[in-house]
Design a protein around this ligand. Structure first.
Ligand SMILES: C[S@@+](CC[C@H](N)C(=O)[O-])C[C@H]1O[C@@H](n2cnc3c(N)ncnc32)[C@H](O)[C@@H]1O
Length: 432
């Protein structure tokens, strides 16, 4: 019995169910597996897999799936998967149509596609295809779970009998040697290759990392930034007949059931895309401007948001609005007074709160230079004892700084260490 057969065997699945029910700890599990006659290697594999069970149950809401740690990490979760499924033809329009899930991995991008579509997973890694076949059957039944061991770049042109109408692709990200981070341009297949692949299908979609430079995306594509309240998980590029709004950018906040929670859109603006790319490089290489919070690419184009002084409110755009660069357009449409307070820093200041969802709004209580005595005086004046420190454009350790400030008082507040017209500044505010 190979590893995958072992993990999907009734004996192992029953054991896992029982051990979860009995809330067994690692030692009890290992002892029980030993007693049941599993070898050391099998025990290790079962225990590793058991560590993933709560994770895939949460990510996909089903009892058993086949995966390993990396395949699970790379997979598209059910909230985003459900949302994306609505972009495909369905009902009569989908009947008899075939889709290639290119770089299918364990299958996250196939599970929720309309049932009328015939989906085939394509991957270079046979282990991933084993996972895909098992998982596709869990979600889509016996008729699906077809796979091709092959290269996403050539599968459509290699054999006439396995051609598909549509594609979805989720390129792998190559790790950069010696770094934890993954270079977002370093995709396998590359985005240039994805553009070539797209020419051979009626339409399709490509999942890119959210920070991928959008000026590389052809004008006739639609771009959608997808995430939740707290993150932006992918930049989805739609091609051909799947692109219902070519030339548009959308930012969509998806709830846990895969429904649209909030959505914004605007025509693409080539000038802004070019300028933002240049700005991003500048900020990425300016250590002085890096705080513990990530520095986001900002829309500092004059046409979107002008610069100005600190007004009554300070707002933090939520990740999908930031990544899509739409936050400037959305802010100024809601409040014409909206502006940035420092070049390249993604805080918006305005006379009234900005729309929520979309922005986290804070009422400004006061501000001063970043100097211990000045900040302490400001905290004391507002009787602030409980602080959350947010950094953007200033680099220091927030926990050490809060200890140093020793706030004493009965109110809680947010302290922003950021920049006003390029100069470091502390802004005290209340979340509203
Ligand atoms: C990010 S994972 C896909 C995750 C998948 N969409 C999911 O939701 O489970 C990328 C996959 O691309 C595969 N891959 C990389 N280059 C490929 C190529 N040229 N052709 C086919 N598959 C490839 C890798 O083996 C890996 O399984």
């Amino acid at each position: 019995m190979n590893l995958w057969e072992l993990l999907t065997s009734t004996a192992v699945q029953d054991f896992i169910k029982e051990s979860i029910k009995k809330k067994m700890d690692a030692l009890q599990i290992s002892t029980a597996l030993n007693k049941a006659g599993y070898s050391n290697e099998e025990r290790a594999a079962i225990m590793d897999y058991m560590g993933l069970v709560p994770k895939f149950r949460e990510k996909f809401g089903c009892e058993f799936l086949l995966c390993d740690k990396l395949a699970l990490e790379q997979s598209t979760a059910q909230d985003i998967g459900h949302w994306k499924a609505k972009l495909w033809p369905s009902g009569e329009d989908a009947k008899g149509k075939a889709v290639h899930d290119l770089c299918c991995g364990m299958g996250g991008d196939s599970f929720f596609l309309p049932m009328e579509l015939n989906v085939t997973g394509v991957d270079l890694d046979e282990n991933r295809l084993v996972m895909y076949r098992y998982n596709a059957k869990v979600f889509r039944g016996e008729s699906d779970g077809k796979t091709i061991l092959g290269d996403a770049r050539t599968v459509q042109t290699a054999q006439a009998t396995t051609r598909a109408d549509f594609f979805t692709i989720d390129p792998a990200r190559r790790a950069v040697d010696g770094e934890n981070q993954r270079d977002l341009r370093n995709l396998m297949p590359t985005f240039a290759e994805v553009l070539e692949i797209a020419k051979n299908y009626r339409g399709g979609m490509a999942k890119l990392p959210p920070g991928y430079p959008m000026n590389e995306v052809p004008e006739d594509c639609e771009i959608i930034y997808l995430g939740s309240h707290t993150d932006c998980r992918e930049c989805l590029v739609l091609f051909g007949s799947i692109a219902q709004h070519p030339g548009q950018i959308r930012a969509v906040m998806v709830d846990k059931n895969g429904e649209t929670q909030a959505e914004w859109s605007a025509p693409r603006d080539t000038k802004r895309e070019m300028r933002d790319d240049a700005n991003q490089e500048q900020f990425e290489h300016n250590l002085e401007l890096e705080g513990k919070d990530r520095i986001y690419r900002t829309s500092s184009s004059q046409s979107d948001l002008p610069m100005g002084d600190l007004s009554a409110y300070l707002s933090e755009p939520e990740p999908v609005l930031l990544r899509s660069h739409l936050f400037g357009v959305v802010a100024v449409t809601s409040d014409p007074s909206a502006h940035l307070i420092s070049e390249g820093i993604a805080y918006v200041s305005s006379e009234k709160p900005l729309p929520s969802p979309g922005f986290a709004n804070f009422e400004v209580l006061g501000h001063c230079e970043i100097a211990t005595s000045a900040v302490r005086t400001m905290l004391k004046a507002h009787d602030v004892g409980k602080l959350t420190l947010k950094l953007r454009g200033v680099k220091l350790d927030p926990d050490t700084e809060i200890k140093r400030l020793k706030p004493k008082g009965k109110n809680s507040a947010i302290l922003f260490y950021t920049r006003l017209a390029g100069e470091k500044n502390a802004i005290l505010a209340k979340r509203i």
